[in-house]
Design a binder for this molecule. Structure first.
Ligand code: FAD
Length: 294
């Protein structure tokens, strides 16, 4: 099923996982997927490391297994910065042969490991390429706190609108810890004529170092009340995990009340946390879905 069709019927609840590292035990991800599939999420997306080489095969395999072994819709991420057109076509052919219908089309971060090859400068170039040559449902990324490389909020929205005009059917946001950024962004996107559904990306925080790294990489603000939680519980792993779960539930509760199109949970491959959060918000999601259909 194409993910964009889901939003006509309900408030979407989806999950993200990442493939195991090349030398890791592969059975762990399958155990995690088994546990995550109990939630019956609307889809599970699988990340793809830019410059990933063999890791890309794992993305395709895992996305295909999510559909065929666990009966859950899947989305395969695809960063394009270091691909030539022929390589992108090979990967997309393989995704198509594996029955994958949904692609999260990304540029990927610029790093020393993935020198741009020149064929795809932006995600919009990949979106156009997919639209011209394939029949995938296309998803794109968006940034409530503005992409760190952007020349400003207006330009960022202009290019987001361009991605939708090129063929993105559905958007998933970068993580944010202050809902005001997402709500303001959603309003501005609407004014800018961006009419694709926007899922809110929520990352439950379990570890101080992890969140500090993400904040630095993604240019996301740490709200004061969140910093207080981090400082209070940073030395107690269980307390920090539980506080992170409570914070994410609070964010999601407010977003659902605001009528968000969907919640995309960055699970960090932690099924315990995903279950705790889903259990707390599933009734809210069902009620919101009924309101949406009415
Ligand atoms: P783009 O849309 O190309 O935007 C990048 C910058 O260029 C922005 O500042 C934008 O305003 C500007 N811009 C966009 N289009 C144009 C244009 N046509 N002309 C001029 N300027 C333009 N990375 C991975 O490597 N693997 C993953 O699996 C992965 N999954 C992700 C999932 C989500 C939900 C999100 C939010 C990000 C993910 N990323 C992933 C990270 C992503 O690749 C980076 O954030 C990257 O820096 C930008 O990717 P993009 O697709 O948003 O790029």
């Amino acid at each position: 099923m194409k993910t964009a069709e889901l939003f006509e019927q309900k408030t979407v609840f989806s999950l993200e996982v990442f493939p195991p590292k090349p030398d890791a035990d592969e059975s762990v991800i399958y155990q995690t997927l088994e546990e995550l599939s109990d939630i019956q999420p609307d889809f599970i997306s699988v990340t793809y490391g830019a410059g990933g080489g063999k890791n890309g095969c794992k993305t395709i395999q895992i996305a295909s297994d999510i559909q065929n072994r666990y009966g859950v819709e899947s989305v395969a991420h695809l960063p394009c910065i270091d691909l030539k057109r022929e390589q992108a076509a090979e990967i997309l052919d393989s995704m198509q042969e594996n029955g994958i219908e949904n692609i999260l089309a990304l540029r990927g971060d610029r790093t020393d490991a993935n020198a741009p090859k020149g064929d795809f400068e932006h995600a919009s170039d990949l979106i156009k390429f997919i639209k011209e040559n394939y029949d995938f449902n296309i998803i794109a990324a968006c940034y409530p706190e503005v992409h760190p490389e952007s020349t400003g909020a207006v330009d960022d929205l202009k290019w987001l609108r361009y991605k939708v005009d090129c063929g993105a059917d559905h958007l998933i946001s970068q993580l944010f810890l202050d809902n005001r950024y997402f709500c303001d962004f959603r309003e501005k996107a609407c004014i800018a004529g961006i009419n694709a559904p926007i899922e809110a990306g929520i990352m439950p925080v379990t570890n101080k170092r992890q969140i500090e790294r993400m904040v630095k990489l993604c240019g996301v603000e740490l709200p004061k009340k969140f910093v207080r939680v981090l400082e209070k519980y940073e030395h107690n792993e269980t307390a920090l995990r539980d506080a992170g779960i409570a914070y994410a539930i609070d964010q999601i509760t407010e977003l659902i009340a605001e009528g968000v199109d969907g919640i995309h949970l960055y699970t960090m491959n932690n099924s315990y946390i995903a279950h705790k959060i889903f259990d707390a918000v599933q009734t809210l999601i069902s009620v919101n879905s009924c309101i949406r259909r009415a």
